[in-house]
Design a protein around this ligand. Sequence first.
Ligand SMILES: [Zn+2]
Length: 370
Amino acid sequence: MIATATAICRICGSDRLEPLDVDSFLIPATSFAPDIHDYENHICGGCGVVFGSPPIEDERLREHYASEYWRTVHALELGGRHIDLPLDFDAGPLSFQRVHGFFETVTRVAARHPDVVPTPRDLVIDYGAYQGLFLHGVHELWGARCIAYDHNAKGIEFAQHFLGFAESRVATDILRDTFGERAKYVTVLHTLEHLTDPVAFLEHVRTQVLAPDGYLYVEVPNLYGFPLNDPLHLFSYSQDSLRRLFARAGFETIETATSGFPPRPDFLCQNDSEYLIGLARPALPEARMLSGNVDLGEIRRTLRRSWRRHAWGGLRRQGGRAVRETARLAYYFLFAGILEAISPALALGLARRLGFRRNPTVTSSSADRR
Ligand SMILES: [Zn+2]
């Protein structure tokens, strides 16, 4: 049941809040776990951010992160006991591959800001680092010193002992924790959308964690490319609303961009604008303004247009799968059902001569590891 609606925007303070009223069959916009958080999507007329209203209760959020959140899909219940993997190994490759977007951004921006490229002297602190695999990529590329920071103690242990980021630490209070040294980079990947007070968080980062000449790198789900059904995504940003958030928290945006890499294998409508990337730096006080009205009608039209495009992409992808599987069935039927019944040697010999694999679903173990 939907309880009392939000009265003002938690980012810009505007009371011009409206139901979003956009949904899609293949890109759902209603909570996939209403027991955690049931909400209706709203949009703010002051800054354009989309959020679920009513907001999730703090107590429920704490409870969820303390229990079910870290459970992997491979957890087992055996003899009345719950056991699980020490880390979510499925999440590791995605986390590591997000360094691709960081590398591209740094490379693009380096022509205008040569100091944006990390060096071995620079400190990079990753908020919401989980087990530190994004930082592993950063360290491999530039040799930078890295600190993983997260609520998950097992992930931090992995970063400290396996990846060698000894100063990594478990978060106690993200609005207060500081580090011995101000960082050249604070990176925040797929974390900002989970925070109840992103402005206070970014202000803390700017004034207590980041060096005055440092950079903030953010990656979040993009409003126009990602479903709005995750009960733990408290805010959804577009390039415009992310810039407004940066300005509100005292940052100057250097660049925003969208990306579809790495694709999530479980999302049929994966697209080239699933993620939103933002690079910013602490702004001088006079540069902390962002003017211009938010056009809610235009946001809704863009959203409908984008989702329509992604839905067609999903349909094409599904069609491609169907064609491939049908072709595979016909191939099996011909060789295993008909030719083999006549003569196994005929089926195998012909397949070999044509260069067909006997069973395309059985590959070598090295191929499995790719
Ligand atoms: Zn707002």
